[in-house]
Design a protein around this ligand. Structure first.
Ligand code: NDP
Length: 405
């Protein structure tokens, strides 16, 4: 089976007629404004006040930061996902004309506002409903929230095509591929190669991994990111989720997606063509580069990321991933190949186990072990609606929590 039209889902009008960015300020909604992706997005918006303005900002529980960002960026609307925190946010924004709302429906309402661009920066499957709502009103979406493609990629991509907005990959690897993938000659692509830093435990023996702490796992050598994706990088489940994400985004077959460990995180990914040419996108490991590329697409804007000094760097190195020390990659590939509900189970089981690891309830090596057991025991079925996917996600969370013991 080949992936959905993926990259070809870019609206034709946009591919042919490039409008100047400055024609009108682009309104941006940031889902997950208080997180690493959200803050980097707002940093760029703050540097280009002539090009962008903020419509809605959302967070989960961080009222103080959300209120401060909403004031700073003169947001129209601020939404806190936890409904119990409505009153706190209301107080924190008193004396302003910023609208305040709370709860999951309010997140969806934020995504349905008038912004031309929505940054999907919520972590986990919790981002699915608002991201899909933005897609379904034809907004351009910057997709950082890879979990929503992993657990509901067929539906998300179908609706991107149906409703006509662009889905712009924020993940540095997919953004790199997006920049060098010849969309008009997709059949000439032989392979896409996702690079992986290998995370903080790249050279650690497997036995030693049993004792690593959450603090060690979130201390990524190159990237500064939220806790969940940092742990995913340490297990390399992140690269597994990215394989599935890539399969939905780009018109390639499963076997055309490869992973290559590149510890310096300078080459963000590559596309290999039938004639032997391999095109890559390079940059320093700073998410403001891919985010800028999405915010401005199809134009470019200045970003403060450090420019590369390859001479000073001297060398870039590469190695094959180690399937024994990083079993998550194997699990994710198998889930991608199995398709249907299996990636939903993989994602939900991973979210539960990573949260348990961060809370000190289980050791690092049990993350992949429990995910594997969940994949073995849970009947993934073939959910074909969002409700069925969310039901499978919920069932997997319950069953995986039981497996934690
Ligand atoms: P963070 O943990 O830093 O931020 C997550 C954001 O989502 C916060 O604003 C948080 O609010 C909000 N949030 C968390 N849970 C919920 C929920 N249940 N409902 C609504 N909002 C919620 O994550 P990152 O920014 O690191 O990652 C965000 C997404 O982007 C992930 O899918 C990740 O895989 C992806 N990504 C991130 C990269 C990075 O460099 N960080 C790189 C590539 C992809 P609060 O602060 O209130 O908790």
């Amino acid at each position: 089976m080949s992936a959905s039209a993926g990259i070809a889902a870019l609206p034709k009008k946009r591919r042919m007629a490039t409008q100047g960015l400055a024609a009108a300020r682009k309104r941006v909604t940031v889902l997950g404004a208080t997180g690493s992706i959200g803050l980097n997005t707002l940093d760029l918006i703050g540097r280009h006040p002539d090009l962008f303005s903020v419509d809605a900002l959302t967070a989960h529980r961080n009222v103080a930061e959300l209120a401060s960002l909403a004031r700073q960026h003169r947001a129209r609307l601020a939404v806190i996902a936890d409904p119990d925190l409505y009153a706190d946010l209301k107080v924190a924004l008193s004396g302003t004309d910023i609208e305040v709302a709370a709860g999951p429906e309010a997140l969806v309402a934020a995504a349905c506002g008038p912004a031309e661009f929505v940054m999907a920066g919520i972590v986990g499957a919790a981002g699915l409903a608002p991201t899909l709502a933005a897609v379904r009103r034809g907004a351009d979406v910057g997709l950082a929230n890879k979990e929503c493609l992993v657990c509901a990629g067929d539906i998300v991509m179908r609706d991107v095509r149906r409703f006509g907005g662009a889905l712009l990959p924020v993940d540095s690897e997919h953004n790199a591929i997006f920049q060098v993938f010849d969309r008009d000659r997709a059949a000439t692509v032989e392979r896409i190669i996702l690079t992986a830093s290998g995370g903080p435990f790249l050279n650690m023996p497997r036995e030693a991994m049993a004792d690593v702490t959450p603090d060690q796992a979130v201390a990524h050598p190159n990237w500064s990111m939220g806790a969940k994706i940092s742990v995913d990088s340490a297990t390399m489940m992140n690269k597994g989720l990215e394989m599935i994400e890539a399969w939905h985004l780009f018109p390639v077959q499963h076997h055309q997606i490869d992973v290559l460990v590149h510890p310096q995180s300078v080459i963000h990914s590559m596309v290999e063509y039938v004639d032997g040419s391999t095109l890559a996108q390079l940059g320093s490991p700073d998410m403001r580069t891919p985010i800028a590329s999405c915010l401005a697409w199809p134009e470019r804007i200045a970003a403060p990321s450090q420019k590369l000094d390859l001479a000073a760097m001297g060398q870039l190195t590469f190695e094959a991933p180690d399937p024994v020390r990083f079993p998550a990659l194997r699990l994710a590939r198998a889930a991608m190949e199995a398709g249907k509900g299996t990636p939903t189970v993989l994602n939900a089981a991973n979210e539960v186990t990573v949260a348990a690891f961060l809370a000190g309830r289980i050791g690092f090596l049990r993350i992949a072990g429990i995910v594997e057991t969940a994949l073995d025991r849970i009947d993934a079925g073939a959910p074909d609606t969002i409700d069925a996917i969310m039901a499978l996600d919920a069932e997997t969370r319950v069953r995986t929590t039981e497996l934690l013991g």
